[in-house]
Design a binder for this molecule. Structure first.
Ligand SMILES: Cc1cc2nc3c(=O)[nH]c(=O)nc-3n(C[C@H](O)[C@H](O)[C@H](O)COP(=O)(O)O)c2cc1C
Length: 221
């Protein structure tokens, strides 16, 4: 009888445990399937879209991060592997780096997963403005120039800027729809951040975007 009680308690304790935390030891995190239904009507999200530079320190849940990354540049047509944002020549050259308090990750859209890119808190490196270090999440849009084939070096600048812009607007609209604060940023020390994120020469930082709950956020129950 005691043994059965012990087993029941163990099972209940397992159920009560939260999902894997961002601080878990594994270098890979499989994100939960994104919620791709519902949300705020598009016209309302457009009405609410804005830049906000004051953030609460409240972290984002893994579910919100999963939905955010899918909305930003996830795969919305699995048959073709095409994405929620367009890209010139379908290069899909933009990688999203996810910079959080404990670690930084790279987002893999095919597996909808994260892999550790660097250890430690690199948020302050993602921008020259103080709030970057306080926002719980900074997304860094990094172009892999080896995927940008068939155009002149001069034109790659234009294309990667345009491609990053679409992703940024997806992030803005997702944040508007979820009541999250966000601001896109070009004011970045790219050399410093590139070294901190262990980027290679062919990887170019285009934009960063801070995301979090707005300052003064009070959780509703
Ligand atoms: C390409 C680009 C770069 C930006 N860089 C920064 C930046 O480095 N820091 C910042 O605080 N805001 C930055 N912004 C946000 C703009 O300042 C903001 O979009 C503008 O003031 C309009 O405000 P709104 O987004 O609320 O409409 C940037 C916006 C864009 C499109």
């Amino acid at each position: 009888m005691r043994f059965i009680l012990l087993v029941i308690i163990c099972l209940l304790a397992q159920l009560a445990l939260p999902g894997p935390s961002f601080a878990e030891e594994s270098s890979k995190i499989e994100l939960s399937d994104p919620q791709t239904q519902g949300g705020m009507p598009l016209m309302q999200a457009l009405k609410e879209r804005q830049s906000t530079r004051e953030f609460s320190s409240r972290p984002l849940s893994q579910e919100v991060l999963s939905d955010l990354l899918w909305a930003a540049f996830g795969i919305n047509r699995p048959d073709s592997g095409k994405r929620t944002a367009p890209s010139a020549r379908n290069w899909q050259e933009m990688d999203i780096y996810v910079v959080m308090e404990d670690r930084s990750y790279i987002y893999y859209p095919q597996e909808h997963s994260l892999e550790v890119a660097a250890e430690g808190d690199l948020r302050a490196y993602t921008g020259r403005q103080d709030f970057a270090a306080k926002a719980p999440l900074n997304l860094v849009l990094v172009a892999d120039t080896t995927r940008m084939t068939g155009v002149s070096e001069e034109d790659t600048g234009f294309y990667k800027g345009a491609d990053a812009g679409f992703i940024s607007q997806n992030i803005y609209l997702f944040c508007a729809s979820q009541g999250l604060a966000t601001v896109v940023r070009a004011n970045i020390d790219r050399d410093l951040l590139g070294k901190a994120l262990n980027l290679e020469e062919h990887q170019r930082i285009v934009l960063a975007q801070s995301v979090g709950y707005p300052a003064g956020y009070v959780q509703e129950f």
